[in-house]
Design a protein around this ligand. Structure first.
Ligand SMILES: NC(=O)c1ccc[n+]([C@@H]2O[C@H](COP(=O)([O-])OP(=O)(O)OC[C@H]3O[C@@H](n4cnc5c(N)ncnc54)[C@H](OP(=O)(O)O)[C@@H]3O)[C@@H](O)[C@H]2O)c1
Length: 313
Protein backbone atom coordinates (compact mmCIF):
# COMPACT_ATOMS: atom_id res chain seq x y z
CA UNK A 1 0.00 0.00 0.00
CA UNK A 2 1.16 3.44 -0.73
CA UNK A 3 -0.90 5.40 1.71
CA UNK A 4 1.54 6.06 4.49
CA UNK A 5 4.80 7.59 3.57
CA UNK A 6 6.58 7.34 6.88
CA UNK A 7 5.56 4.02 8.32
CA UNK A 8 6.31 0.44 7.60
CA UNK A 9 3.16 -0.80 5.97
CA UNK A 10 3.13 -4.49 6.70
CA UNK A 11 4.16 -4.49 10.31
CA UNK A 12 3.85 -7.90 11.88
CA UNK A 13 2.79 -6.16 15.07
CA UNK A 14 -0.70 -5.35 13.82
CA UNK A 15 -3.17 -7.24 16.01
CA UNK A 16 -5.34 -9.99 14.61
CA UNK A 17 -8.00 -8.62 12.29
CA UNK A 18 -10.70 -10.95 13.62
CA UNK A 19 -12.33 -8.10 15.53
CA UNK A 20 -11.57 -5.47 12.91
CA UNK A 21 -13.25 -7.63 10.26
CA UNK A 22 -16.52 -6.78 11.99
CA UNK A 23 -15.70 -3.09 11.83
CA UNK A 24 -16.11 -2.33 8.17
CA UNK A 25 -14.73 1.21 8.09
CA UNK A 26 -11.52 -0.07 9.72
CA UNK A 27 -11.48 -3.28 7.72
CA UNK A 28 -7.84 -3.20 6.68
CA UNK A 29 -4.62 -2.54 8.47
CA UNK A 30 -4.19 0.35 6.05
CA UNK A 31 -7.03 2.23 7.71
CA UNK A 32 -6.09 5.34 9.61
CA UNK A 33 -7.75 7.07 12.55
CA UNK A 34 -6.89 10.47 14.00
CA UNK A 35 -7.93 11.17 17.60
CA UNK A 36 -7.46 14.61 19.17
CA UNK A 37 -6.69 14.95 22.89
CA UNK A 38 -5.55 11.33 22.92
CA UNK A 39 -3.14 11.47 25.86
CA UNK A 40 -5.70 11.24 28.65
CA UNK A 41 -9.35 10.70 29.59
CA UNK A 42 -11.86 9.74 26.94
CA UNK A 43 -9.45 10.44 24.08
CA UNK A 44 -6.82 8.06 25.46
CA UNK A 45 -9.39 5.27 25.81
CA UNK A 46 -10.80 6.00 22.36
CA UNK A 47 -7.34 5.80 20.79
CA UNK A 48 -6.67 2.57 22.70
CA UNK A 49 -10.00 1.02 21.70
CA UNK A 50 -9.41 1.89 18.05
CA UNK A 51 -5.79 0.68 18.15
CA UNK A 52 -7.08 -2.70 19.35
CA UNK A 53 -9.08 -2.98 16.13
CA UNK A 54 -5.90 -2.82 14.04
CA UNK A 55 -5.69 0.48 12.12
CA UNK A 56 -2.91 3.02 12.38
CA UNK A 57 -3.92 5.50 15.07
CA UNK A 58 -2.51 9.01 15.07
CA UNK A 59 -2.72 10.75 18.42
CA UNK A 60 -2.95 14.54 18.30
CA UNK A 61 -1.59 15.88 21.61
CA UNK A 62 -0.20 19.21 22.74
CA UNK A 63 2.53 18.01 25.08
CA UNK A 64 5.37 15.74 23.96
CA UNK A 65 5.97 14.03 27.30
CA UNK A 66 2.33 13.36 28.07
CA UNK A 67 1.84 12.25 24.48
CA UNK A 68 4.79 9.84 24.48
CA UNK A 69 3.78 8.30 27.75
CA UNK A 70 0.22 7.69 26.44
CA UNK A 71 1.60 6.38 23.14
CA UNK A 72 3.73 3.78 24.99
CA UNK A 73 0.71 2.76 27.05
CA UNK A 74 -1.55 2.37 24.02
CA UNK A 75 1.03 0.36 22.09
CA UNK A 76 1.57 -1.91 25.06
CA UNK A 77 -2.11 -2.42 25.86
CA UNK A 78 -3.25 -2.87 22.27
CA UNK A 79 -0.31 -4.82 20.82
CA UNK A 80 -0.53 -2.39 17.88
CA UNK A 81 2.78 -0.74 17.00
CA UNK A 82 1.19 1.61 14.51
CA UNK A 83 0.27 4.25 17.06
CA UNK A 84 1.79 7.59 16.10
CA UNK A 85 2.10 10.83 18.00
CA UNK A 86 1.84 14.25 16.42
CA UNK A 87 1.96 17.50 18.36
CA UNK A 88 -0.51 20.35 17.98
CA UNK A 89 -1.88 23.09 20.19
CA UNK A 90 -5.54 23.34 19.26
CA UNK A 91 -5.68 26.80 20.84
CA UNK A 92 -3.53 28.08 17.98
CA UNK A 93 -4.76 28.18 14.40
CA UNK A 94 -1.17 28.40 13.20
CA UNK A 95 -0.41 25.17 15.02
CA UNK A 96 -3.52 23.48 13.57
CA UNK A 97 -2.53 24.51 10.03
CA UNK A 98 1.05 23.28 10.58
CA UNK A 99 -0.30 20.00 11.95
CA UNK A 100 -2.61 19.53 8.94
CA UNK A 101 0.25 20.21 6.51
CA UNK A 102 2.49 17.69 8.26
CA UNK A 103 -0.30 15.15 8.54
CA UNK A 104 -0.99 15.37 4.81
CA UNK A 105 2.67 15.08 3.95
CA UNK A 106 2.84 11.84 5.96
CA UNK A 107 -0.50 10.22 5.16
CA UNK A 108 -2.58 9.95 2.07
CA UNK A 109 -5.75 8.70 3.71
CA UNK A 110 -7.96 9.30 6.71
CA UNK A 111 -10.77 6.92 7.57
CA UNK A 112 -11.87 8.29 10.92
CA UNK A 113 -11.38 11.68 12.54
CA UNK A 114 -12.40 11.89 16.20
CA UNK A 115 -12.59 15.51 17.35
CA UNK A 116 -12.37 14.87 21.07
CA UNK A 117 -10.07 17.41 22.76
CA UNK A 118 -11.90 19.86 24.96
CA UNK A 119 -11.64 22.15 27.97
CA UNK A 120 -13.69 23.69 30.75
CA UNK A 121 -12.01 26.96 31.72
CA UNK A 122 -12.81 28.59 35.03
CA UNK A 123 -11.36 31.94 34.00
CA UNK A 124 -12.10 33.64 30.72
CA UNK A 125 -9.01 33.87 28.53
CA UNK A 126 -8.10 34.66 24.96
CA UNK A 127 -6.00 32.54 22.62
CA UNK A 128 -3.05 33.99 20.76
CA UNK A 129 -5.53 34.46 17.87
CA UNK A 130 -7.52 36.79 20.13
CA UNK A 131 -10.48 34.42 20.49
CA UNK A 132 -12.28 33.30 23.63
CA UNK A 133 -10.43 30.08 24.53
CA UNK A 134 -13.33 27.69 25.21
CA UNK A 135 -15.00 28.57 21.91
CA UNK A 136 -11.67 28.40 20.07
CA UNK A 137 -10.53 25.03 21.45
CA UNK A 138 -13.89 23.27 21.75
CA UNK A 139 -15.47 24.45 18.51
CA UNK A 140 -13.20 26.39 16.14
CA UNK A 141 -10.46 23.74 16.38
CA UNK A 142 -12.97 21.00 15.42
CA UNK A 143 -14.11 23.18 12.52
CA UNK A 144 -10.66 24.14 11.22
CA UNK A 145 -9.00 20.75 11.60
CA UNK A 146 -11.91 18.98 9.91
CA UNK A 147 -11.96 21.43 7.03
CA UNK A 148 -8.21 21.12 6.53
CA UNK A 149 -8.28 17.31 6.28
CA UNK A 150 -11.63 16.99 4.51
CA UNK A 151 -9.99 16.22 1.18
CA UNK A 152 -8.32 13.15 2.73
CA UNK A 153 -11.61 12.03 4.31
CA UNK A 154 -13.39 12.41 0.97
CA UNK A 155 -10.67 10.49 -0.82
CA UNK A 156 -10.91 7.69 1.74
CA UNK A 157 -14.73 7.42 1.75
CA UNK A 158 -16.56 5.67 3.25
CA UNK A 159 -15.06 7.60 6.13
CA UNK A 160 -16.29 9.15 9.34
CA UNK A 161 -16.07 12.29 11.45
CA UNK A 162 -16.99 11.84 15.11
CA UNK A 163 -17.44 14.99 17.20
CA UNK A 164 -17.42 14.64 20.97
CA UNK A 165 -20.08 17.02 22.26
CA UNK A 166 -21.92 16.83 25.58
CA UNK A 167 -25.39 16.77 27.10
CA UNK A 168 -24.35 20.23 28.34
CA UNK A 169 -25.26 21.43 24.83
CA UNK A 170 -28.89 21.48 26.05
CA UNK A 171 -27.94 24.59 28.08
CA UNK A 172 -26.13 26.30 25.20
CA UNK A 173 -27.40 29.61 23.85
CA UNK A 174 -27.70 30.61 20.23
CA UNK A 175 -26.32 34.13 20.68
CA UNK A 176 -23.76 33.23 18.08
CA UNK A 177 -22.30 36.63 17.41
CA UNK A 178 -21.52 37.17 21.06
CA UNK A 179 -19.80 33.83 21.62
CA UNK A 180 -16.24 34.87 20.96
CA UNK A 181 -16.38 38.13 22.84
CA UNK A 182 -18.93 37.60 25.63
CA UNK A 183 -18.25 39.74 28.67
CA UNK A 184 -20.42 37.90 31.17
CA UNK A 185 -18.22 34.85 31.29
CA UNK A 186 -19.18 31.69 33.10
CA UNK A 187 -17.20 28.47 32.74
CA UNK A 188 -20.32 26.36 32.30
CA UNK A 189 -22.02 28.87 29.98
CA UNK A 190 -18.99 29.04 27.68
CA UNK A 191 -18.68 25.25 27.76
CA UNK A 192 -22.38 24.67 27.04
CA UNK A 193 -22.29 27.10 24.10
CA UNK A 194 -19.23 25.40 22.66
CA UNK A 195 -20.88 21.98 22.98
CA UNK A 196 -24.02 23.30 21.24
CA UNK A 197 -21.67 24.54 18.52
CA UNK A 198 -20.34 20.95 18.19
CA UNK A 199 -23.86 19.69 17.45
CA UNK A 200 -24.75 22.54 15.07
CA UNK A 201 -21.43 22.00 13.27
CA UNK A 202 -22.07 18.24 13.03
CA UNK A 203 -25.50 18.71 11.47
CA UNK A 204 -24.37 21.41 9.05
CA UNK A 205 -21.29 19.47 7.94
CA UNK A 206 -23.41 16.35 7.45
CA UNK A 207 -25.79 18.34 5.20
CA UNK A 208 -22.87 19.68 3.18
CA UNK A 209 -21.25 16.27 2.82
CA UNK A 210 -24.37 14.42 1.70
CA UNK A 211 -23.51 12.01 -1.09
CA UNK A 212 -19.74 12.11 -0.48
CA UNK A 213 -19.55 8.95 1.64
CA UNK A 214 -18.20 10.92 4.59
CA UNK A 215 -20.53 10.62 7.58
CA UNK A 216 -20.56 13.02 10.52
CA UNK A 217 -22.05 12.27 13.93
CA UNK A 218 -21.69 13.63 17.44
CA UNK A 219 -22.13 12.27 20.91
CA UNK A 220 -22.43 12.71 24.64
CA UNK A 221 -19.94 10.37 26.37
CA UNK A 222 -21.76 10.36 29.71
CA UNK A 223 -20.49 11.86 32.95
CA UNK A 224 -16.91 10.64 33.02
CA UNK A 225 -14.19 10.94 35.69
CA UNK A 226 -11.43 12.74 33.78
CA UNK A 227 -9.24 15.82 34.06
CA UNK A 228 -11.86 17.94 32.30
CA UNK A 229 -13.05 19.55 35.50
CA UNK A 230 -9.60 20.26 36.96
CA UNK A 231 -10.17 24.04 36.96
CA UNK A 232 -13.32 23.77 39.08
CA UNK A 233 -13.40 24.03 42.89
CA UNK A 234 -12.13 20.86 44.62
CA UNK A 235 -15.51 20.00 46.23
CA UNK A 236 -17.17 20.08 42.80
CA UNK A 237 -14.43 17.89 41.32
CA UNK A 238 -14.90 15.40 44.15
CA UNK A 239 -18.69 15.37 43.69
CA UNK A 240 -18.33 14.79 39.95
CA UNK A 241 -15.87 11.92 40.50
CA UNK A 242 -18.37 10.22 42.83
CA UNK A 243 -21.04 9.92 40.17
CA UNK A 244 -18.89 9.72 37.07
CA UNK A 245 -18.13 6.60 35.05
CA UNK A 246 -14.69 5.43 33.93
CA UNK A 247 -12.95 6.92 30.87
CA UNK A 248 -13.07 3.43 29.35
CA UNK A 249 -16.88 3.48 29.53
CA UNK A 250 -16.88 7.09 28.39
CA UNK A 251 -15.04 6.14 25.20
CA UNK A 252 -17.54 3.48 24.14
CA UNK A 253 -19.81 5.69 22.05
CA UNK A 254 -16.83 7.34 20.30
CA UNK A 255 -15.44 3.91 19.41
CA UNK A 256 -18.88 2.70 18.32
CA UNK A 257 -19.42 5.68 16.00
CA UNK A 258 -15.87 5.37 14.65
CA UNK A 259 -16.01 1.70 13.85
CA UNK A 260 -19.34 -0.08 14.03
CA UNK A 261 -20.97 -1.33 10.84
CA UNK A 262 -24.31 -0.57 12.52
CA UNK A 263 -23.81 3.13 11.84
CA UNK A 264 -22.50 2.78 8.31
CA UNK A 265 -24.14 5.48 6.18
CA UNK A 266 -25.79 7.13 9.20
CA UNK A 267 -24.98 10.82 9.33
CA UNK A 268 -26.01 14.03 11.06
CA UNK A 269 -27.11 12.37 14.30
CA UNK A 270 -26.50 12.75 18.03
CA UNK A 271 -25.71 9.68 20.13
CA UNK A 272 -25.34 8.71 23.78
CA UNK A 273 -24.73 5.20 25.15
CA UNK A 274 -24.17 4.07 21.56
CA UNK A 275 -27.77 4.89 20.69
CA UNK A 276 -29.26 7.69 18.65
CA UNK A 277 -30.80 10.34 20.91
CA UNK A 278 -32.69 13.57 20.44
CA UNK A 279 -30.50 16.67 20.74
CA UNK A 280 -31.86 20.05 21.86
CA UNK A 281 -34.36 22.04 19.79
CA UNK A 282 -31.73 24.78 19.38
CA UNK A 283 -29.29 22.34 17.80
CA UNK A 284 -31.76 21.79 14.93
CA UNK A 285 -31.93 25.48 14.04
CA UNK A 286 -30.64 25.49 10.46
CA UNK A 287 -30.24 29.26 10.26
CA UNK A 288 -28.13 29.20 13.43
CA UNK A 289 -26.00 26.40 11.98
CA UNK A 290 -25.41 28.42 8.80
CA UNK A 291 -24.53 31.56 10.77
CA UNK A 292 -22.14 29.57 12.94
CA UNK A 293 -20.56 28.11 9.81
CA UNK A 294 -20.02 31.55 8.28
CA UNK A 295 -18.69 32.94 11.57
CA UNK A 296 -16.32 29.97 11.92
CA UNK A 297 -15.03 30.53 8.39
CA UNK A 298 -14.46 34.18 9.19
CA UNK A 299 -12.72 33.50 12.49
CA UNK A 300 -10.46 30.82 11.05
CA UNK A 301 -9.81 32.70 7.81
CA UNK A 302 -10.94 29.62 5.99
CA UNK A 303 -11.47 30.22 2.28
CA UNK A 304 -14.07 27.79 0.94
CA UNK A 305 -13.31 26.07 -2.35
CA UNK A 306 -15.39 27.16 -5.36
CA UNK A 307 -17.22 23.84 -5.21
CA UNK A 308 -18.16 24.43 -1.57
CA UNK A 309 -19.12 28.04 -2.11
CA UNK A 310 -21.42 27.01 -4.96
CA UNK A 311 -22.92 24.05 -3.12
CA UNK A 312 -24.42 25.84 -0.12
CA UNK A 313 -24.78 29.52 0.40
N1 LIG B 1 -15.65 14.04 31.21
C1 LIG B 1 -16.96 14.22 31.02
O1 LIG B 1 -17.80 13.97 31.91
C2 LIG B 1 -17.47 14.73 29.70
C3 LIG B 1 -18.86 14.89 29.53
C4 LIG B 1 -19.35 15.34 28.32
C5 LIG B 1 -18.47 15.62 27.28
N2 LIG B 1 -17.12 15.46 27.46
C6 LIG B 1 -16.23 15.79 26.32
O2 LIG B 1 -15.28 14.76 26.15
C7 LIG B 1 -14.12 15.29 25.51
C8 LIG B 1 -12.88 14.77 26.20
O3 LIG B 1 -12.85 15.27 27.51
P1 LIG B 1 -12.27 14.46 28.78
O4 LIG B 1 -13.37 14.37 29.75
O5 LIG B 1 -11.58 13.24 28.35
O6 LIG B 1 -11.25 15.59 29.34
P2 LIG B 1 -9.68 15.52 29.66
O7 LIG B 1 -9.35 14.31 30.44
O8 LIG B 1 -9.36 16.86 30.26
O9 LIG B 1 -9.02 15.40 28.21
C9 LIG B 1 -9.05 16.48 27.31
C10 LIG B 1 -8.00 16.27 26.26
O10 LIG B 1 -7.99 17.43 25.40
C11 LIG B 1 -6.64 17.89 25.32
N3 LIG B 1 -6.56 19.33 25.05
C12 LIG B 1 -7.09 20.35 25.75
N4 LIG B 1 -6.72 21.52 25.23
C13 LIG B 1 -5.93 21.25 24.17
C14 LIG B 1 -5.22 22.03 23.23
N5 LIG B 1 -5.23 23.37 23.29
N6 LIG B 1 -4.51 21.42 22.26
C15 LIG B 1 -4.47 20.07 22.19
N7 LIG B 1 -5.11 19.25 23.06
C16 LIG B 1 -5.82 19.84 24.03
C17 LIG B 1 -6.04 17.56 26.67
O11 LIG B 1 -4.63 17.63 26.63
P3 LIG B 1 -3.77 17.88 27.98
O12 LIG B 1 -3.76 16.59 28.73
O13 LIG B 1 -2.43 18.27 27.44
O14 LIG B 1 -4.47 18.97 28.73
C18 LIG B 1 -6.59 16.15 26.84
O15 LIG B 1 -5.85 15.25 26.08
C19 LIG B 1 -14.27 16.81 25.55
O16 LIG B 1 -14.66 17.26 24.27
C20 LIG B 1 -15.39 17.04 26.55
O17 LIG B 1 -16.13 18.21 26.28
C21 LIG B 1 -16.60 15.02 28.64
Amino acid sequence: MSNEKTHATDSASVPSTSSSAQHSVLRTKHSLCLVTGANTGIGLETALGLAKLGPTVVMLCRDQQRGESAQRYIKQQSGNDRVELMLCDLASQKSIRKFADEFKSRYQRLDVLVNNAGVVLRQRSLTQDGLESTFAINHLAYFLLTRLVLDLLEKSAPSRVVNVSSAAHHYGKLAINSWPTANNYSAFGAYANSKLANVLFTYELARRLEGTGVTVNCLHPGGVGTNLFRGLPKFLQAAIKLIASSPEKGAKTSIYLSSSPEVEGITGKYFARSRQQESSAASHNIEAAKSLWRLSEELTGFIPSEKEAGAVS
